[in-house]
Ligand binder design. Structure first.
Ligand code: BES
Ligand code: ZN
Ligand code: ZN
Length: 486
């Protein structure tokens, strides 16, 4: 989709138009007849949120009314969501180009609608012989944004698009080596981003016992990808400390496909497990978006990539692994593979980067989905109170919300092993999300650490809000907004 900035006078605009109407201050510029204005008044008395469509042959006028009296985050979210209805209407009317205009509406409200259109217009099409409907062009009135502002928003939305595309790609077409190559080629073209791809031999010499164990049943080699972007060294050239600024480390679970391994997933539980690399895709996308828009932050993304299969010399329950930092782990269930590859990446961050904070994103537990369904992220912290509070706050603003789970010391007992330092899943099936978070926190040691379990939100089986079925890119807007606050 292309966005352009144009001067748009609603009353004499020649083209399809979406008119955003938040309150009566817009009345002066209403492109409606007296009768239609009366109809709008009646509808608004019943409910402030509605969509009307008027024929203006050869064009159409979409009148989108919203309730500007709600809290700002609620207003923006309702506009984001109305985008899906709008798109359905566009499709029915075969409308491919529209202008968005408004009066008395705030730029962030217009931005929310554009964001919703961008999220809602995405669908995973590349295996379809006949491409489905898409909105082609959206023109926006110049009063709302400067060129640079619209461009920055588009950069972010484009990264979300690509994250969703990667997550939706089946493992046949995106395995660990292919994904690593893709990330490296993007990094090569992006100013200020460095990419290091470690292959199996290098991962072996680093002794990443978790990543290697999970990979043992696969024909495809693992990769460990490190992306670095430092926007602090250029913005503060005068400051001598900028060179050594502590990075924010972003760790992402990159299980390209999760069969469960020898504890193979039964029945239809395996379906959609191509999305088990959504954490890695999210973190790479956040770093790329920060680099696109030159955010003044120092980021390192650490992405362990492999699929998990029961083939060959696959790792087995009862195996005892030695992780990157020397911790030993008893494998109790090979399907709790995410924490094994993440533990190595978190320990690697602690040892090599002196991080200000480590944040991970992972489709880690089915228990997170059972606890809160598909409406938010299950979050935990260790020495990361300030960071988690900030994430919760921006989460409410962008409506990618976090709910905090406890990290009480009692849970530590559940991951103690009889034969090793830790076991890879709890002694009871209860509190599965928390025991997973507890396991990971051990590897962060003293470093401020925030864990984001995105199992419920990374991939939607059914359409939800402004997302069609499939990968959502949920979490990118959250983390980007968090970085903007640094
Ligand atoms: N990738 C899954 C978690 C998952 C489940 C994500 C459903 C998205 C939707 C993870 O690797 C897994 O299998 N976890 C197990 C852990 C258990 C064996 C301790 C789970 O949650 O059942
Ligand atoms: Zn699993
Ligand atoms: Zn998994």
């Amino acid at each position: 989709m292309i966005y352009t900035l144009e001067k748009i006078a609603p009353k004499d605009y020649e083209g399809n138009m979406v008119f955003l109407y938040g309150d009566e201050t817009a009345e002066r510029s209403l492109p409606l007849s007296k009768k239609e204005t009366a109809l709008v008044k009646i509808r608004r008395e019943e409910n402030k949120e509605f969509l009307l469509s008027f024929d203006r042959l050869p064009f159409r006028l979409y009148f989108l009314s919203f309730d500007s009296e709600k809290a700002p985050a609620e207003v923006q979210e309702s506009l984001r969501r109305s985008a899906m209805n709008l798109l359905k209407q566009f499709e029915a009317d075969r409308v491919e180009e529209v202008a968005v205009c408004a009066e008395g509406t705030l730029p962030e409200e217009v931005a929310a609608l554009l964001e919703g259109l961008s999220l809602a217009d995405y669908s995973f099409d590349r295996y379809k012989n006949k491409p489905p409907y898409h909105l082609q062009k959206v023109a926006v009135d110049t009063v709302y944004f400067k060129n640079k502002e619209l461009e920055a928003m588009q950069h972010l939305w484009n990264r979300i698009f690509w994250c969703r595309e990667w997550v939706n790609l089946p493992v046949q077409d995106l395995n660990a080596p292919a994904f690593a190559d893709e990330l490296a080629s993007i990094a090569a073209d992006l100013e200020g981003v460095r990419c290091t791809v470690m292959d199996k031999r290098q991962i072996e010499s680093l002794r990443m016992g978790g990543l290697l164990a999970v990979n043992r049943g696969s024909v495809d080699e693992p990769r460990f990808v490190v992306l670095e972007y430092d926007g602090t060294s250029t913005t503060s050239r005068t400051s001598k400390t900028s060179k050594t600024s502590q990075p924010i480390c972003l760790v992402g679970k990159g299980v390209m496909y999760d069969t469960g391994g020898l504890n193979i997933k039964p029945e239809d539980y395996m379906q959609e497990m191509k999305s088990d690399m959504a954490g890695a895709a999210t973190m790479a996308s956040v770093l790329f978006a920060a680099a696109d828009n030159h955010l003044p932050v120092h980021l390192v993304a650490l992405l362990p990539l492999t699929d998990s299969r029961p083939g060959f010399n696959a790792y087995a329950a009862d195996d005892i692994l030695t992780m990157y930092d020397g911790t030993t782990v008893e494998v109790v269930n090979t399907d709790a593979e995410g924490r094994l590859i993440l533990a190595d990446a978190i320990a690697y961050a602690v040892k090599n980067y002196n991080p200000r904070v480590i944040i991970d994103a992972a489709t880690l537990t089915g228990a997170a989905v059972r606890a809160i369904s598909t409406f938010g992220i299950a979050a935990m912290e260790q020495n990361g109170r300030k960071e988690l509070e900030m994430l919760k706050l921006v989460g409410e603003q962008v409506y990618e919300r976090l709910v905090e789970f406890p990290m009480w010391k009692e849970y530590d007992e559940l991951i103690k092993s009889e034969y090793a330092d830790l076991r890879n899943c709890g002694t009871t099936p209860q509190a599965g999300t928390i025991t997973a978070g507890k396991f990971l926190a051990r590897f962060a040691k003293e470093t401020p650490y925030v864990h984001l379990d995105i199992a419920g939100v990374a991939y939607f089986s059914k359409a939800q809000h402004c997302w069609r079925p499939g990968a959502s890119g949920y979490g990118i807007r959250l983390l980007y907004a968090y970085l903007q606050m640094q």
